[in-house]
Design a protein around this ligand. Structure first.
Ligand code: SAJ
Length: 406
């Protein structure tokens, strides 16, 4: 039996996937409300294919509880934020979860850490906790790192098809855990050591962050000299060895906007390109805010409360707002003492910010300038409703004459 610890964006789909592939699974989370929701038969966030996967897992017998289980395999999938001051990974949730596992786990158990951590975190923070509890790693307990790689918006497909990395001290243990993941994963599963596995995960997200920062920097250069960044990237990407990502209003989510900081925090004198890239991405919401002021001036618009931000989530077609560029922009706007922007997002039903709308039509009726912060399908399907508005399209998705870009 597998006890999955942490039933958030990664733990829940992982637990459901294993259960629906014949593995006996109990999911544990300390959040009573979340567990109650799952036990009442509802998923806790929106994701393509998740409800169907949930039904299959429930049929297969998955259970949800707040209690840690006595079993031989644990998968720890809890958040790893970063310390905003030192930029280093904050492993407190992982450490707390492992401590709780130690209270119930029998000798011989395997503990798999799925949470993203910086290289050396498991050595520095997790091993001591296990040893302090009287377990000898390798004899009484096996420690493995199997970093998740799935992308919100396409999690279920990627869980099934992505290649995976398993880091273990002992190859045989790595192979055993590989077998468990192979119960559902059709991709290639590579077995390596723990520190290498930790580093690969952070490097993958850092690669993407640096590439996005490059695109954002190009957007700024092109804006400065009146060149079309999208046309330039499109042509460059026709070169067989060039693949530039897209500029945008900022980088959000709990991964690309966080994990690269771990390397800056741990290697401050070495991780220079990464540091600058993260600063570039973090500066994009401010850049958009300046564009808003420029465009208002150009169009004789004086009332900031007639400007609307379309989208609150960190990216398209998900309901996740963590580190979202829109929230960053709103914060920045407050710092500039210019409150009043309107906000709308079809995925956010609760009121989370001021001046938030829940109907696209009402929102658009009350805005003269609409800023496309997130490229949800909804707005792509309703482009005609933007006719007659001044539009700042931060993703180059609106094909109307006179649209502004970042
Ligand atoms: N973004 C751009 N331009 C682009 C692509 C993305 O500005 O060309 C922005 C998005 O709008 C968003 C942010 O970047 O705000 C991050 O979105 P994303 O879709 O690039 O990635 P995440 O954070 O949803 O998921 C990433 C994935 N990592 C990689 O692709 C290397 C996923 O595979 C990881 O599992 C996930 O991080 C994670 O949990 O670590």
């Amino acid at each position: 039996m597998i006890n999955v610890i942490g039933l958030g964006y990664i733990g829940l789909p992982t637990a459901l996937m294993m259960a629906s592939h014949g593995v006996e699974v109990i999911g544990t989370d300390y959040n009573k409300e979340l567990v109650a929701t799952l036990n009442a038969g509802h998923t806790t966030f929106k994701e393509k294919g998740l409800d169907e996967l949930f039904d299959a897992a429930v049929k297969a017998g998955i259970k949800f509880t707040t209690e840690y289980q006595v079993t031989d395999t644990y998968i720890v999938s809890v958040p790893t934020p970063y310390d905003k001051f030192s930029k280093k990974v904050d492993a407190c949730y992982v450490v707390a979860a492992v401590k709780d596992v130690m209270k119930v786990c029998p000798k011989g158990a395997t503990v798999v850490i799925e949470s993203t951590v910086s290289p050396g975190t498991i050595e520095k923070y997790v091993r001591p906790v296990i040893e302090e509890n009287g377990f000898k790693i390798g004899n009484d307990l096996n420690l493995v790192h199997a970093p998740e790689r799935i992308i919100p918006g396409n999690m279920v497909y990627e869980l099934l098809h992505n290649n995976r990395t398993i880091g273990a001290d002992d190859k045989a243990i790595g192979e055993k855990v590989k077998e468990l993941y192979a119960s559902f994963c059709q991709g290639e599963i590579v077995v390596t050591d723990i520190k290498t596995a930790e580093m690969t995960k952070v490097v993958e997200n850092t690669f993407r962050a640096v590439n996005i920062a490059f695109a954002n920097e190009l957007a700024k250069i092109c804006r400065h000299d009146n060149m079309d960044v999208y046309e330039i990237i499109r042509i460059c990407n026709m070169h067989p060895r060039v693949n530039i990502l897209q500029p945008g209003p900022g980088v959000g989510g709990h991964c690309i906007s966080v994990d690269p900081w771990f390397l800056v925090g741990d290697y401050p004198s070495l991780a220079k390109v990464i540091d600058e890239s993260m600063k570039t991405n973090d500066g994009m919401p401010d850049f958009v805010l300046n564009r808003i002021y420029e465009i208002m001036k150009e169009n004789g618009l004086k009332d900031i409360s007639r400007v609307g931000l379309y989208g609150l989530t960190y990216k398209e077609n998900v309901d996740d707002m963590r580190e979202s560029p829109t929230l960053q922009l709103l914060e920045s706007q407050e710092r500039h003492l210019a409150p009043g922007l309107k906000v709308y997002d079809p995925f956010i039903e609760k009121d989370v910010v001021e001046n938030q709308y829940h109907s696209l039509d009402t929102f658009l009726d009350e805005c003269d300038l609409v800023v496309i912060m997130v490229k949800h399908n909804e707005i792509k399907e309703n482009v005609d409703k933007l006719n007659g508005k001044v539009v700042l399209d931060c993703h180059n998705i609106i094909n109307l004459p006179g649209v502004y870009h970042i």
